[in-house]
Design a protein around this ligand. Sequence first.
Ligand code: SAH
Length: 356
Amino acid sequence: MPPVTRYDVDRTALGALLDDEPRYRVDQVWAGLHDQLATPEEMTNVPLALRARLAASLPEGLALTTEATADGGDTVKWLWTLADGSRVETVLMHYPQRSTVCVSSQAGCAMACSFCATGQAGFTRQLSAGEIVEQVVRAARRARDDGRRLGNVVFMGMGEPLANYDATWTAIRRIHGDLGLGARHLTVSTVGVVPGIRRMTHEELPVNLAVSLHAADDALRDELVPLNKRFGLSMLAEACSDYIEVTGRRLSFEWALIAGVNDRPGDAARLADYARALRAHVNLIPLNPTPGYRTRGTSPEGVEAFRSRLAERGVNVTVRHTRGTSIDAACGQLAAGATALASPTRRAVPVAPVAE
Ligand code: SAH
């Protein structure tokens, strides 16, 4: 069971914890945690003894292990150690208009996508809702300290959010209700857990849905994203179609361009058909290097050729600029540091041949 940490406590639970305190104290502490993004030690409006009691009974879920910055300070990556020693990473990205935090939903990941560093390291455990919310709080504090404002949360860090559905959804409700971020500023990214997409369709909050597609034919997708063997492309399309119809939200597909693997003209044509039918937006990312997968990312010219093939076929497509490559903070590179990859629990992963 994941631990109960500072942000696992909702308002009712905080009231119960402080049932010997006057009501206004509970309100002060709640506002301290969620509006001021303060630690108990910083809540100078509450008595010292209560601050100490809060610090002891509501332990922080995330202990800072390392912080790294890149892109002139516009990308910040944190490695946190959790109460049981597991490790996760969070990435904050400042853009001119807004800042976005990329949060982890699991320590490790069981989806085993061959080209993804988190997948190569295997699964450790589920995060609690509070451990997810606390990542957002830490990022919001940092954004504030940098004179920015946290505007978006994307579930694109370590783990598969829809394989940790309840904690993910509790966190989304808390981020929306208690931290005040609107549903259109929250994005869940999934490898294609169809039952999870179906559950999301009937949730009250219509968040954005991103699907990590990477292949638009089942044979290739089976190889890149093993979950495709259970939930193939036609099941996935049906679930996505229902999602956009019921929620009115835009769907996006992530496509990591891998040289000679999924960047051929036929791949673009198949992707165009698949995406157009769902009016999906396609985000192209050249594959980032990871230790367990030797194939290279597509060259800049290849990316442009692929982009224009999609655009010619009427697909909305964006080439995403990679952030944080120098600190292993880019898409698919989160692996809780070298220690996670070197740990004895590491699963053996097939190493793909180097593409010429
Ligand atoms: N499990 C969820 C959330 C992780 S999001 C999901 O797969 O959507 C991380 C994103 O980075 C996904 O789109 C994933 O496919 C992509 N990714 C993984 N490895 C990558 C790599 N080496 N280069 C570029 N993108 C990668």
